[in-house]
Design a protein around this ligand. Structure first.
Ligand code: AMP
Length: 326
């Protein structure tokens, strides 16, 4: 546990009457859960502070978590403490105005490449930023309060970012924190219903992915979802982006990727892998992320083909030099 960092974070929070909590663009369950969970803990613990969660971007599939706070005026930003959670680089913060805040705390679990905070609590060993918020509460529980609402947000972030507690980054502490949160009384049935239930049309799209995905010689599975197809199935970009998760257990395929056209000439790439890493590959294509879950951007089909070719060579080399990858 990074006790000193956690104390520094708590002491900085105590110094401010106004706090704005930010996260990254295109928020996922962890970004939403960690920010809302932290906000709820701080509201319960410091009822006299004005605490807001403010962002410019939101994800429809997480609408069940409720809305966020309205954007405060310039003066509020200037006098506030910014806490940016789950966001590796300054350019990915979903509200660039966070920079105008008096002080910035960064709380993140990605590999540190940009320590943009005045206080940086970075811990890449954690399976989610939400787990860091759980740890923050656990370490400071003499001074902080929690309830089932805060626990539900944080638990949402933990289950979604850890592949339902499946990833390698999950350890005993992850489960102990999860247990601590469950003790608050989380409605897990409702939570999982919200996470798993899909529209009828999305199943049709899933079937499309299974029948059109391709695999390279060395085992890189991929699918390209252009704008036309998104229209045909009536998909939001977020819906289309789920394609990557359908390909996650093909024998021999240790890398799988989905290319999703954004509608502005760029194509989002979601890269996933097991055993072999993909973050370095993503970094070559304006991206980054975790060892086995990363994102990138390409600007043409030719660039997409180049990335697939590189991924294939990378996987070939991995398979030739490693054993036990199934
Ligand atoms: P995604 O496929 O968007 O869920 O991304 C997987 C992981 O990679 C997440 O942890 C993201 O924070 C990270 N990531 C995605 N896109 C980028 C990017 N363009 N630059 C840096 N990190 C990224």
């Amino acid at each position: 546990m990074q006790k000193e960092k956690i104390t520094e974070v708590l002491n900085t929070i105590k110094e401010y009457d106004r706090i704005i909590i930010f996260r990254h663009f295109r928020p996922d369950g962890d970004a939403v859960g960690s920010t809302k969970g932290l906000a709820r803990i701080l509201k319960l613990s410091f009822p006299n502070k004005d605490i807001r969660v403010v962002n410019n971007d939101y994800s429809e599939y997480l609408a069940f978590t409720g809305g966020e706070d309205s954007v405060p005026d310039e003066e509020f930003y200037k006098s506030a403490l910014a806490i940016v959670v789950d966001t590796a680089t300054a350019s990915r913060v979903s509200d660039p105005l966070y920079k105008t805040c008096d002080k910035v705390i960064k709380i993140d679990h990605h590999i540190p490449v940009d320590s943009y905070g005045d206080v940086n609590w970075e811990d890449a060993t954690k399976s989610s930023a939400s787990e860091m918020i759980a740890e923050f509460y656990y370490a400071c529980q003499d001074e902080l309060k929690i309830d089932s609402e805060a626990a539900e947000y944080i638990y949402l972030g933990m289950v979604t970012d850890s592949g339902r507690f499946r990833y390698e980054s999950v350890n005993g502490d992850t489960m102990r924190y999860a247990g601590m949160l469950l003790d608050q009384g989380i409605n897990t049935e409702l939570l999982y219903a919200n996470l798993y239930m899909k529209d009828f049309g999305l199943y049709r799209f899933e079937a499309y992915v299974y029948s059109h995905m391709k695999i390279t010689e060395s085992g890189v599975a991929y699918i390209y979802i252009d704008e036309k197809l998104q229209k045909k199935f009536g998909l939001s970009t977020e819906d289309a982006s789920t394609a990557v998760s359908y390909m996650d257990a093909i024998k021999g395929s240790l890398i799988w990727m989905a290319f999703i056209e954004n509608g502005d000439g760029t194509t989002r790439v979601r890269l996933r892998s097991r055993f072999v890493t993909v973050n370095k590959l993503a970094e070559k294509y304006s991206g980054g992320g975790h060892a086995c879950a990363a994102g990138a951007t390409v600007h043409s089909k030719a660039e997409a083909r180049k990335l697939i070719k590189e991924a294939d060579a990378h996987l070939k080399e991995y398979k030739e030099t490693h054993e036990g990858w199934l």
